[in-house]
Each structure stands twice: as C-alpha cells, then as structure tokens.
Design a protein around this ligand. Structure first.
Ligand code: PLP
Length: 373
C-alpha cells in the first residue's frame, strides 16, 4: 500500500479535471491572442474560466488575473504595491509562506517590515495588529488566510475591518483555502488574494491573482498585452481550464468533502492519541484549523528523528513542513516562530477527498512499527 498524506504540498489532479483539460491540448490549441477561429475559441474558453472563477469568489471577472500560481501572485502583489501604490511598510507574520516573507524581505531597502505577534498556536494577536496599524505609514498588511504547515486559520474579515479603519491595503495568501472554504470577496475587505490550482486537485503551474478594481497594479512581467496588460506571456490555457474545472468541482462538493476529510482528521487524531499519548498538536486543535491539515509533534527519543523519512520507507508520504523546506535541513520557520522546541519532531499529515479510513489505519500501524516504546 502507498498512502499519500501530503495534500497541503500538492494534490492529485482529479480525473474530471484531466478530462476537461485534454481538448485544450489536442483540439483547442489556439493562442487566445490570435484573431482567427482557433484563437477566438481559445479566447472564449479563457474568458469563460475567468468568469466562473470570479463568480465562485463573488468578484468581478476584470479583477481576476491568471498567473503561474501562488508564488508569482505574491511577488506581483507585494512588489507592485511597493513600487506603484506607494507602500512603505509591510505588516506580516513570521509564519507566512516564504513566497510572502522572502519577497517582503527582498525589499528591505525600501520598506519597514513589522511582524504581528502570534500565540503558541499561530493565532495572530489582533490587538498587536491594531497597535501596529496606528503607525502612520502607507501600509500593506500580508496575512495568510490559513497556514500551510499547522493549519491555523486567521479571521480575514476581522483583519480586513482593521485595515479599513486604518486605511491599509490588505493582501491575504488564500492558497490553502480557495476551493476548500467559501470565500466571498464582497463580504471581506481585502484588496488582493492568491490562488493555486494544484492545491485543489487542479494542475501545477497555474493560479490567479485577485486584484480589487480600486487597487489596480502595474505588471511584474513585461511583454505582450495578455491579461489586460497585467501579466505578459501566452496564457496556460489547458491549465486555466483545469483550474476552472477543479474549482467548480470543489465548490459543488464542498460540504461532502469537508465532512469526509474532517472525519478522517478526527479519526486519525483519536487513534494517534490512543497509541501515542504524549504527542501534541501544533496549531489549533479543531476550531480555526484547516480540516485538511494536522501537524503533530512526536516527542523525540534518543534513537528517533527522521520520522518522515521512515514513514516514506514504510509507504506513507507525509511531510516535515512545507514542501519547499523539505529536502533542506533547515527546520520549519513556522514551528520556530511558535517557539516549538527541539524536544518535538513535527510531522504534517494533510488529507484530501481521495484518502480513506483504511489509509489512516495503515499509517497508524506503520507509526507503531517505527516508534517503539
Ligand atoms: N502560499 C501557501 C500558503 C502555500 O501553501 C503555497 C504552496 O506551497 C504557496 C503559497 C505557493 O504556491 P505555488 O506552489 O502555486 O507557487
């Protein structure tokens, strides 16, 4: 048996999505910028996808720009807000994804960066954010909707209200919540969000930026006039059509998937506690926690370590943190930000609609073989 529990890193592409994409490799291969029939068919599919995606998020189609994913979108928003919207200070947190943290830090000569305080579960302290916002800088707040390593969810409606009160721009990295939670961009005061298809059973290398109509940016990539001059380069049409299908599918079956996946997470945690009573949960345990992510601290024993490596050998793909830091021996910057000590080894298990109870049982059995009393 081979079990995949690394769905926060990437998800398997849904068969329905592969099917929807296929004609865009074989038949509708025109360039959406061409004016002949092939090009017009491609353009129609591109604009249909934009309309569908905007509709699912309660945004206007003109506010959706296709990109290569979450990383490019974060770079676009942060760089261009600083260079063209006069932002001189960023408020963020130490647990943001590196695509936000490293982008902000690369602008250190032009910017002041303030980090909002977090509690030990990764919840932002709203009073700390409010205090920081009182400072009179032109500010961009970059706070993720949900953390990809520990699953902690931030109340972006509350952050948005604080930003509104203090005249700050707000970018939320919603890569882990788009197509997993309803997002109503009419109800939340947020100027920018990001999405990435491979986190919700779509293809890799395609995503989008939502840019609110009153906060338009200038392009980061220069060249052709694609994406209404916001993002040059021939659009990845099969990918965009795949993202549209994956997102429609996910929102159509949201409650069903949520019930199934949160059931698995609860079951798995109960079994873990039964067999390993001295584990701890990193992040929030139930409330304000992604139903797709469970980060467990296993007490380090003298001969332990390399749990993720051992799980892999035993047929289970899990992760030590974000996919970008696995493979390097740098520990998790998120767990470090929460003050998690070396006495615990963090393993992130992340689930999808395709996981089963049998896979949970199998993983528990393998953990019992690996971690002997
Ligand atoms: N933001 C978060 C929270 C993520 O989990 C990821 C993916 O690891 C990204 C951004 C980057 O997205 P992409 O892989 O599409 O560049």
């Amino acid at each position: 048996m081979r079990v995949y529990l690394d769905n926060a890193a990437t998800t398997p592409v849904a068969p329905e999505v592969v099917e929807a994409m296929m004609p865009y490799f074989t038949e509708h291969y025109g360039n959406p910028s061409s004016i002949h029939a092939h090009g017009r068919a491609a353009r129609a599919a591109l604009e249909k996808a934009r309309k569908t995606i905007a509709g699912l998020l309660h945004a206007a189609p003109a506010e959706i720009f296709f990109t290569s994913g979450g990383t490019e979108t974060a770079n676009l928003i942060i760089y261009q807000a600083v260079h063209h919207l006069g932002v001189s200070r960023i408020i963020t947190s130490k647990m943001e994804h590196h695509c936000v943290l490293h982008t902000a830090e690369s602008l250190f000569r032009r910017l002041k960066i303030d980090y909002v305080e977090l509690d030990e579960h990764g919840n932002i302290l709203y009073e700390s954010l409010e205090q920081l916002l009182k400072n009179q800088h032109k500010t961009l707040v970059c706070l993720m909707h949900a953390n990809n390593e520990i699953g902690t969810i931030t109340n972006i409606a509350r952050v948005g209200e604080l930003c509104k009160q203090h005249g700050a721009l707000f970018f939320s990295d919603t890569v882990q919540t788009v197509a997993h939670y309803p997002i109503d961009l009419q109800a939340v005061h947020v100027h920018f969000i990001s999405g990435s298809a491979h986190k919700f059973h779509g293809p890799k290398g395609v995503g989008f930026a939502y840019i609110r109509s009153d906060s338009m940016l200038r392009p980061l990539l220069h060249g052709g006039a694609q994406e209404r001059n916001m993002r040059a380069g021939t659009e990845n049409l099969p990918g965009i059509v795949g993202m549209e299908k994956a997102m429609s599918l996910a929102y159509a079956r949201l409650e069903e998937d949520r019930r199934h996946i949160s059931g698995l997470k609860k079951y798995f945690l109960e079994k873990l506690r039964q067999h390993f009573p001295d584990i701890r949960v990193h992040g929030n345990e139930a409330e304000n926690s992604l139903y797709t992510v469970l980060n467990i601290g296993f007490p380090r024993k003298q001969d332990s370590g390399m749990l993720v490596f051992n799980l892999d050998i035993h047929g289970v793909s899990a992760s030590a943190g974000s996919a970008c830091s696995s493979g390097s021996d740098v520990g998790s910057h998120v767990l470090a930000a929460l003050g998690v000590t070396d006495r615990y080894e963090g393993v992130r298990f992340s689930f999808s609609r395709y996981n089963t109870t049998e896979e949970m049982d199998y993983t528990i059995e393998k953990l019992k073989e690996i971690i002997r009393p």
